[in-house]
Write a protein that binds this ligand. Structure first.
Ligand SMILES: NC(=O)c1ccc[n+]([C@@H]2O[C@H](COP(=O)([O-])OP(=O)(O)OC[C@H]3O[C@@H](n4cnc5c(N)ncnc54)[C@H](O)[C@@H]3O)[C@@H](O)[C@H]2O)c1
Length: 348
């Protein structure tokens, strides 16, 4: 198959990673970079691609086959719409938008124009998450009873020197928890209601540093989730699943999916069940499911390439990204208003 030409909007922290992955992939080439920052000019020169200050000019002059949007959250929707208008498939970083209403504008425009919109929830491309989903679909766990998840890391003090990271919306809920919530939806089905308590007692910022969440899934399953960016631990998916672009790997689990027949720890994929389908009176046996680690970022890029070729559907569509955003914002609302919140409220 021919190489697809992918352009990048926003060459900051994650955009640079996307640029490198596209440039290295045999099935793709980096077509151009749009980002007015001088560091992006230098990056484009290093990678030998055209640089633009304005992403609309880039789209018109370069006419790429696909685009990756790695801009600040509030710019995602306009950038995505600029691609859709030009019939260009687009991978938008998470969160797909800053509000569910804005997200739905993008989703509906893509669906009406027949242009694929993908969202950067890269964990769904992780081999452990895919194998966990396959085990659930095969019925290895039986009916899902509950899901437990933890995301705990200690962010360094200077990380908070940037004002937006200390303000509502800039905390670990929309930066980190949105990825966990996306995995919970993928593994456990739609989330119906959330209750949550937030705390900023550790740093005293306006933004949360620690959150405890109770979840009810549409299936009747329930879940618990603990999030903090103020405590060192290996219980954080990128670290535990060997998928971090920065942090060293520590083989631990951060999720457990409890089913009627078996429970499954993720990412180690240890599946626990009673011998001969028995109950608590019978010995427990552990079976480790196998899923060789492959970079979830590379797999995500390969999905974009296949979507551009028309040989695959998006693994995480714009609509999926919007539903994950709605569930995450429901947690934020539950904290602020001190009451259980139905995700449907966010979608109304
Ligand atoms: N999937 C992940 O794990 C992951 C990780 C980090 C960030 N993200 C998401 O990626 C997005 C970018 O985050 P980041 O940390 O890289 O931010 P960043 O601030 O490091 O980079 C954003 C870049 O966009 C550029 N930019 C701003 N306005 C622009 C415009 N109008 N046109 C072109 N370029 C413009 C800035 O100059 C900057 O270089 C955010 O939505 C964030 O949530 C996702």
């Amino acid at each position: 198959m021919t190489e697809v030409r992918i352009a990048l909007m926003g060459a900051g922290l994650i955009g640079r990673e996307h640029a490198a992955l596209v440039a290295e992939h045999p099935g793709a080439s980096l077509a151009a970079i749009a980002d007015p920052d001088p560091a992006a000019v230098a990056l484009a020169a290093t990678l030998g691609v055209r640089h633009f200050d304005d992403y609309e000019c880039m789209l018109d002059e370069v006419a790429p086959d696909g685009v990756i949007v790695a801009l600040p959250n509030t710019l995602h929707v306009e950038a995505g719409l600029a691609c859709i208008t030009r019939q260009i498939s687009v991978l938008v970083e998470k969160p797909v938008a800053e509000t569910v209403t804005a997200a739905m504008r993008l989703v509906e425009a893509g669906e009406e124009a027949g242009v694929p919109v993908l969202v950067g929830h890269q964990r769904r491309h992780g081999s452990d998450i895919r194998e966990a989903k396959a085990a659930i679909s095969r019925g290895d766990l039986g009916r899902i009873v509950a899901i437990n998840g933890v995301a705990a890391v200690a962010k360094h003090d200077t990380y908070f020197d940037v004002a937006w990271r200390r303000s509502p919306g800039g905390g670990p809920l929309l930066i980190n928890a949105i990825h966990d919530i996306d995995c919970f939806r993928f593994l456990g089905g739609e989330i119906e209601t959330v209750q949550a308590i937030g705390s900023s007692a550790i740093r005293g910022h306006a933004v949360e540093d620690t959150v405890a969440v109770a979840l009810r899934f549409a299936s009747g399953a329930v879940g618990t989730y603990l999030l903090t960016d103020a405590s060192p631990s290996p219980y954080f998916w990128e670290i535990a699943a060997e998928q971090s672009l920065t942090f060293p790997h520590q083989a631990e689990d951060c999720y457990v999916v409890f089913g009627r027949k078996a429970s499954l720890a993720v990412p180690t994929l240890d599946l626990w069940e009673h011998e001969a389908g028995g109950d608590w009176r019978d010995p427990l046996v552990r079976r480790r499911l196998s899923a060789p680690v492959q970079s979830c970022y590379v797999a995500q890029l390969e999905n974009l390439i296949d979507v551009i070729h028309g040989t695959a559907d998006p693994v995480v569509s714009g609509r999926e990204g919007a539903m994950t955003l709605a569930a995450t914002l429901a947690v934020a609302r539950a904290i602020t208003e001190g009451r259980p919140v139905d995700v449907a409220e966010l979608l109304a």
